[in-house]
Design a protein around this ligand. Structure first.
Ligand code: ADP
Ligand code: MG
Length: 489
């Protein structure tokens, strides 16, 4: 695995180069109607304390009952992470005091998690792929939420989230830059959304990251890490890593040493702040939860769940590369969301798949991004974009006219082929018309003709003039051919 970073990833300190080492603990809320050990609803945004069973409120004598769907979701996720599924696992109590945790302990998995080692393949850039090791995935309960802003003198607690199932997905310290960490979280989120095991909605807190950062001199062993708690956007994860690495380098270069601690990222100030010194496992007094039996299931049960999983992003990407001849990175971008992949397939089917990819990624995604729209809300349907791609492939319109046509379809709708007919947007391939335009331009610019004959790169200027003259509709290849012939170059 990528144990040491490429020189380009190193950052410069006052005394030389440093390498950043990152490991992430992702808390992913399990998609399920009810909580991990109770029948209360998991729905987001209800009135405070409206989704709370006696179990979630930790009333004396209540007993947790495992929700089988949450277990199935964890297994599906493990399969999607190409990970070891443990047929035997146990629940433990992790003891700590928190005002929004009425039990006084969190039910989690410690020594025997439901999922063991796996891996995630991550495209960091068009030319770089890394593999991030997964150490484990375990099931645990979420806590409630303290509300300090409702009253000047009192704090309240909302237990709606208390007891909701979380998957904690722990990576190996395999990332070496903020870019790599961002790409990893993006990929993990994609996999979870494909699997339907977590909605990945970071705004609602369905996906949160604890970001572990350390620095070292290239070639050295691991440095002391700090853990930045509960970072809730991919952008903030990147920012937190960069400022934390800088902070650590500053301390070490000034002759200090890093204390292992838990920190918070403040996006407003662009800094991390100490929250507490690092707790150790023994501080939590973990012990097996006596209210819950070990989880036991058969390989046949795992196989059955695995057999119903959809085509996952890596497989889809490989198929797009194979069947449509796409470059890996482009295919990776297209499969990032299932809806985009479906859209692309509908555009590409029976058409020039590379032109289709180019148009979906650059024109469509670019425009959707600019307008803040989801692909499902795209004003241009796959059918319509397919029509545009078809017209380009048939040489009926040039790429430049296609952009105008795309704008028209985007804002007015309509059938692309019909629009091209009605509005006279067809490409001029008729050499007679092109020749006439070329002749006129040559006659009007004798000085430029002489220049072009001396320096053939001047041809571009003539091509531009002909395009202007023909309203961008002349076929660029035909224009080039006619120009070369007439100018004798
Ligand atoms: P804890 O539960 O105490 O936070 P874990 O052993 O579960 O500790 O590790 C937490 C995370 O820290 C993992 O994602 C791991 O990859 C990461 N990690 C461990 N050592 C380092 C290090 N030296 N630098 C950066 N990340 C690290
Ligand atoms: Mg941790």
């Amino acid at each position: 695995m990528n144990t040491h970073a490429k020189p380009s990833k190193l950052i410069k300190g006052a005394t030389g180069d440093w390498e950043i080492v990152i490991g992430l603990e992702i808390h992913a809320q399990v998609t399920s109607k009810s909580k991990l050990f109770s029948g209360a609803s998991t729905e987001f945004g209800g009135e405070p304390n409206s989704h709370v069973s006696l179990i979630d409120a930790s009333m004396p004598g209540m007993l947790p009952v495992i929700n089988e769907e949450c277990v199935a979701q964890a297994i599906r996720t493990g399969v999607g992470l190409k990970a070891q599924i443990n047929l035997h696992s146990t629940f433990d109590r992790k003891n700590y005091f928190y005002p929004d945790l009425p039990q006084g302990y969190q039910i989690s998995q410690y020594k025997s998690p439901i999922v063991g080692e796996g891996e995630v393949i991550v495209d960091v850039s068009p030319t770089e792929q890394i593999v991030v090791g997964i150490e484990r995935l375990h099931l645990e309960q979420d806590a409630g939420k303290s509300l300090h802003d409702q009253s000047a003198t009192e704090s309240f607690v909302d237990l709606n989230r208390s007891g909701v199932a979380l998957m904690e997905i722990v990576s190996r310290p395999d990332m070496r830059s903020a870019d790599e960490a961002r790409a990893y979280v993006t990929k993990l989120r994609t996999i979870l959304r494909y699997l339907g095991t977590c909605d990945g909605n970071m705004d609602e807190g369905s996906l949160r990251a604890d970001v572990n950062v350390s620095v070292r001199r290239p070639g050295e062993g691991l440095g002391t890490r700090c853990e930045i708690k509960n970072v809730n956007s991919i952008r903030f994860i990147g920012q937190a890593i960069d400022v934390e690495a800088r902070r650590q380098i500053g301390i070490i270069e000034d002759g200090g040493k890093i204390d292992q601690e838990t920190r918070l990222f403040d996006p407003g100030k662009g800094e991390t702040r100490s929250m507490r010194s690092k707790e150790e496992a023994h501080d939590y007094r973990y012990f097996p939860d006596p209210d819950l039996l070990p989880l036991e299931f058969t390989q046949a049960y795992v196989d059955e769940l695995a057999s119903h999983l959809p085509e996952l992003p890596d497989e889809k990407k490989a198929r797009f590369m194979r069947d449509f001849g796409l470059a890996g990175y482009d295919a990776g971008v297209l499969v990032m969301e299932r809806d985009s992949a479906d859209y692309y397939e509908a555009v590409a089917k029976g058409r020039d798949a590379k032109i289709a990819a180019n148009w979906v990624i650059n024109e469509l995604f670019g425009r959707l991004n600019k307008e803040g729209l989801d692909i499902k809300a795209s004003p241009v349907s796959a059918d319509q974009l397919g029509g545009i791609v078809e017209l380009i492939g048939e040489n009926v319109i040039s790429g430049k006219i296609a952009k105008d046509l795309f704008e028209i379809v985007w804002s007015e709708g309509g059938d692309p082929r019909q629009l091209v007919e009605e509005r006279g947007m067809k490409q001029v391939t008729d050499t007679g018309a092109i020749e006439a335009a070329v002749d006129a331009i040559i006659a009007a610019n004798p000085d430029k003709v002489a220049q072009a004959q001396a320096k053939p790169t001047m041809l571009g200027w003539f091509v531009g003039q002909v395009m202007k003259e023909t309203g961008g509709k002349a076929n660029p290849q035909a224009v080039n051919d006619v120009l070369k012939q007439k100018l004798g170059i």
